[in-house]
Design a protein around this ligand. Structure first.
Ligand code: FAD
Length: 467
C-alpha cells in the first residue's frame, strides 16, 4: 500500500500528463505477450523528460517506494510486469537525439521503438542491425535492459555489444550521464555494462549511444531444407567460409513450419516436398560484390550433401515472406494450445546432440508433447518450446511447466555447459531458477552489486536476483 502523500508527490514529479490512474489505459500494461503474468499497480507514471524520471526516482528513494520500469512490454519473462509497485513507462521518452553518420553512432532515448531506431539509421544511410520479431513495439531501453539478441547477433553481436554509451537514473535519483560514442575508454569499470541486462533492477536507462554500421548494398535470402541438425551446423560454417557476410542463420523444424502454414494466413511452403529441418539464411553484400552469392552457395552445399533442397528469394517481397515463416514460428504455437518455453544456449557444435537429448527426455516424461526447437542456431541459442500433445488439456499440460523445465534445464547446464536464459533474461520467471544453476560466487556477487546500488531494493524488486 503506497501512502497517499507519496502518490501525490510522484504525480507532481511526473508533471502534467505524466501519470494516469485510468484502469482502461493501465490494463494492457499489466499483461504480457504470453499471458503468463498478470500484474497490478496503483499508479502509472509516464514522464517525457529525463529530469522527470530523476524526480520520480528521487521520491521513490526518499519514501522507499518500489518502482517497475517498462518499455514496449514485449519482455518474455515478466520483468516489466508490476506486482503492486508503481509502474514507470518510458514510452514518452522517445526522441532520437542525434545520428552521427560519419562517426557511425546514434543517440536515442529509452522509449524509441526499435523499428523507428532502424529507420533513423537507414535515413542517414547507415544500418542499426538489432532485429527481432517484436521490433514494432520493443524499445531501446527494454532492449538494453534485457541485453536483447535477435537475428542479427551472428554478425553484429547482441545489445551489449552495440551500446557505446548510456544515460541512466540511479536508484537514488541522480542522473549518470555516460553517453559517449567512444570506441575506446579504459578509465576504470565499464559502468554501462552493469545496466545492460540488469532488467531495471539497478536503475532506469534513459538514453543510449549505439553503434551504426555500413548499410549492405543488397541482401540475399535463402530458405533451405537440411536432412538433420548436424547438417545445419555444418552448413553454417560452410556458408561463412564461402559467403563472407552471413547476417542471418535461423533453424526451423518441420513441425514449426507446419504450424505456421496452418495458422498464418497467406503462408506458403516455399519448397515442393516436406523436409525434417530448414534453415533461413541471409547474406549481406556490400557495394562492388557481385550478386548471386546465395545461389552459388546453395549449389555448392547441395553437391556436398548439406542441403536437400532450397530456394533463393527473387524480390524483397519474397524475402519478407521467407522471414515471416521464421518470425511466426512462436506465434503459430498459440493456436496449438499450451506451450512450455525454453530460451537456452549451448555451444554451437553441441546443438545437434542437445536437441536430440532434450527431445528424447521430453518424450519420456510427457509422451505426445511436441517439441518445436527453433531459432538462432548460429549463436547456439535454441528456443526449445514444447507444444502440448494434440487435443490434451491445456491447463494440465501447463501445470507441468516447472517439472518439464527442470529436466530441460538440467540437460542444458549439466550435460552441455549451457545457459538457461540465452537472450530473454531472468525477470520473475527464472529468479529462483538461476540460483539452482549459477555458482554461489556468481549469485553472491550479483547480490552485492544490487545492494550497493539499490540498498533500499526499490528498483524492480523480486526480479533477476533477490536482494
Ligand atoms: C514476438 C516476440 C519476439 C521476440 N523475439 C526476441 C528475440 O529474437 N530476441 C530477444 O532477445 N528477445 C525477443 N523478444 C523479447 C523482447 O522483445 C525483448 O526482451 C525486448 O528487449 C523487450 O523490450 P521492451 O521495450 O518491450 O521491454 P519491456 O518488456 O517493457 O521490459 C523488459 C525488461 O526491461 C526493463 N526495462 C524496460 N525499459 C527499461 C528502462 N528504460 N530502464 C530500465 N529497465 C527497463 C523492464 O523492467 C523489464 O525487466 C521477443 C518478444 C516477442 C513478443
Amino acid at each position: 500500500m503506497i501512502a497517499a502523500d507519496t502518490i501525490a508527490r510522484l504525480k507532481a514529479a511526473a508533471g502534467a500528463g505524466g501519470w494516469s490512474e485510468d484502469a482502461g489505459e493501465i490494463a494492457p500494461l499489466l499483461v504480457e505477450w504470453r499471458d503468463k503474468y498478470h500484474g497490478a499497480t496503483p499508479l502509472l507514471l509516464k514522464p517525457n523528460s529525463v529530469e522527470a524520471v530523476a524526480a520520480i526516482v528521487k521520491v521513490c528513494a526518499e519514501t522507499r517506494t518500489p518502482i517497475v520500469p517498462q518499455g514496449g512490454n514485449t519482455g518474455l519473462v515478466g520483468g516489466q510486469v508490476p506486482q503492486g509497485q508503481v509502474l514507470l513507462s518510458l514510452r514518452r521518452l522517445n526522441q532520437v537525439r542525434n545520428v552521427d553518420a560519419l562517426g557511425n553512432t546514434m543517440t536515442l532515448e529509452a522509449g524509441v521503438i526499435l523499428a523507428e531506431a532502424q529507420k533513423a539509421a537507414d535515413d542517414a544511410g547507415r544500418l542499426f542491425p538489432m532485429s527481432l520479431a517484436s521490433e514494432g513495439s520493443a524499445t531501446i531501453g527494454g532492449l538494453i535492459s534485457t541485453n536483447a539478441g535477435g537475428t542479427g547477433v551472428l554478425a553484429y553481436g547482441n545489445m551489449r555489444e552495440l551500446v557505446l554509451g548510456l544515460e541512466a537514473v540511479l536508484p537514488d535519483g541522480r542522473v549518470w550521464r555516460g553517453l559517449s560514442g567512444l570506441r575506446k575508454d579504459n578509465t576504470g569499470y565499464d559502468l554501462k555494462q552493469i545496466f545492460i541486462g540488469a532488467e531495471g533492477t539497478l536503475g532506469v536507462v534513459t538514453a543510449a549511444t549505439v553503434k551504426l554500421f555500413a548499410k549492405p548494398a543488397a541482401t540475399e535470402t535463402a530458405f533451405v531444407a537440411v536432412p538433420n541438425v548436424e547438417a545445419a551446423v555444418a552448413l553454417l560454417r560452410f556458408a561463412q567460409e564461402r559467403a563472407g557476410s552471413v547476417t542471418g542463420f535461423e533453424l526451423i523444424p518441420r513441425i514449426g513450419l507446419e504450424f505456421v502454414l496452418k495458422h498464418v494466413p497467406g503462408a506458403r511452403d516455399p519448397l515442393n516436398a516436406p523436409h525434417p529441418w530448414y534453415v533461413l539464411i541471409e547474406i549481406s553484400l556490400h557495394a562492388g560484390e557481385a550478386a548471386g552469392v546465395a545461389g552459388d552457395l546453395l549449389a555448392d552445399a547441395a553437391t556436398q550433401g548439406l542441403i536437400a533442397d532450397g530456394t533463393v528469394a527473387q524480390s524483397k517481397a519474397q524475402a519478407q515472406a521467407l522471414w515471416k515463416l521464421r518470425e511466426e514460428v512462436s506465434g503459430a504455437q498459440k493456436p496449438e494450445g499450451g506451450s512450455i518455453k525454453h530460451d537456452v544456449s549451448v555451444p554451437v557444435s553441441s546443438i545437434p546432440a542437445f536437441i536430440a537429448r532434450a527431445t528424447a527426455a521430453v518424450a519420456a516424461i510427457a509422451p505426445g508433447a511436441r517439441p518445436v526447437p527453433f531459432g538462432h542456431i548460429g549463436d547456439g541459442n535454441i528456443h526449445f518450446n514444447i507444444s502440448q500433445p494434440a487435443g490434451a488439456d491445456t491447463a494440465q499440460f501447463l501445470a507441468r511447466w516447472d517439472e518439464v523445465s527442470r529436466v530441460v534445464h538440467d540437460i542444458v547446464v549439466h550435460e552441455f555447459a549451457g545457459s538457461i536464459s540465452a537472450e530473454h533474461g531472468v525477470g520473475q520467471m527464472k529468479v529462483d531458477e538461476i540460483v539452482r544453476y549459477k555458482s554461489a560466487e556468481a549469485i553472491d556477487t550479483m547480490r552485492a552489486i544490487k545492494r550497493a546500488l539499490d540498498p533500499s531494493n526499490i528498483m524492480n524488486p523480486g526480479k533477476v536476483v533477490r536482494a
